[in-house]
Design a protein around this ligand. Structure first.
Ligand SMILES: C[S@@+](CC[C@H](N)C(=O)[O-])C[C@H]1O[C@@H](n2cnc3c(N)ncnc32)[C@H](O)[C@@H]1O
Length: 210
């Protein structure tokens, strides 16, 4: 199994230039790399209260809010600079009144408890950044309503992208991501038996029901 190489120091994306660059990348590439995720999400719910972890600038958040007029989204973003950018972008997209962007970490248990309970929790390409994924999964499970569901979508470690001799960018993220077996071990260790995982290189996703 290829060794996991966590992101060097950079677990959150900060700085105006970098965060705005990330939004430009999402505008150019988001419709490709988020297509399958959006299909999975739409198969799980079409409204209610959602919690998103690590929205970044909120590109996918705006798509979801526009496609599902009945949804209310709480978006929890660790990077203060990303949170500011996301609030502006979501307001510009006309969905700012249905999305509440909060700055904080999924690993912060008291904060997660204060957020309440949700019908659907989702996240894209954030899981591999979390320093304590087991603690985060525990917090997320606790934030699901009865019959609620979560969808965590990320890269899968390995394959050709892992081995490319390139440093920054998705190669680094692929090296920091998890293998399905590691996710199974975390979920089973937490007693969360009701899950499924799927893989379509370079993506890996997990759904957990309550
Ligand atoms: C690679 S970006 C993904 C952004 C967007 N979801 C996408 O699909 O492009 C990962 C995001 O997760 C955020 N993040 C990292 N660790 C986090 C944590 N512990 N709690 C909440 N957000 C976190 C980062 O600040 C960053 O904005």
């Amino acid at each position: 199994m290829p060794k996991r190489i966590p992101h060097e120091a950079l677990t959150v994306i900060t700085g105006r230039e970098t965060t705005e660059g990330y939004l430009r990348m999402q505008k150019a590439m988001g419709r490709f790399y988020l297509r399958h995720f959006l299909r999975c999400l739409e198969g799980l719910a079409n409204g209610g209260s959602f919690l998103e972890i690590g929205p970044g600038p909120g590109y996918q958040t705006a798509i979801i809010a526009r496609r599902m007029p009945g949804v209310r989204i709480t978006a929890l973003e660790y990077s203060a600079d990303m949170a500011v950018l996301a609030r502006g972008y979501l307001a510009e997209q006309g969905v700012g009144d249905r999305v509440n962007v909060i700055q904080g970490s999924v690993e912060d248990q008291p904060l997660m408890r204060r957020l309440g309970a949700f019908d659907l929790i989702y996240s894209t390409f954030s899981l591999h950044h979390w320093e304590d994924p087991v603690g985060a999964l525990r917090n997320l499970h606790g934030a699901l309503k009865e019959d609620g569901c979560m969808l965590l979508y990320d890269f899968v470690r390995g394959g050709p992208l892992y081995h490319l001799p390139l440093k920054r960018g998705i190669w680094e993220s692929v090296r920091a991501s998890y293998r399905p077996e590691e996710i199974w071990e975390m979920l089973e260790g937490l007693g969360m038996g009701d899950y499924t995982t799927g893989k379509r290189y370079p993506y890996l996703w997990v759904t957990v029901s309550r």
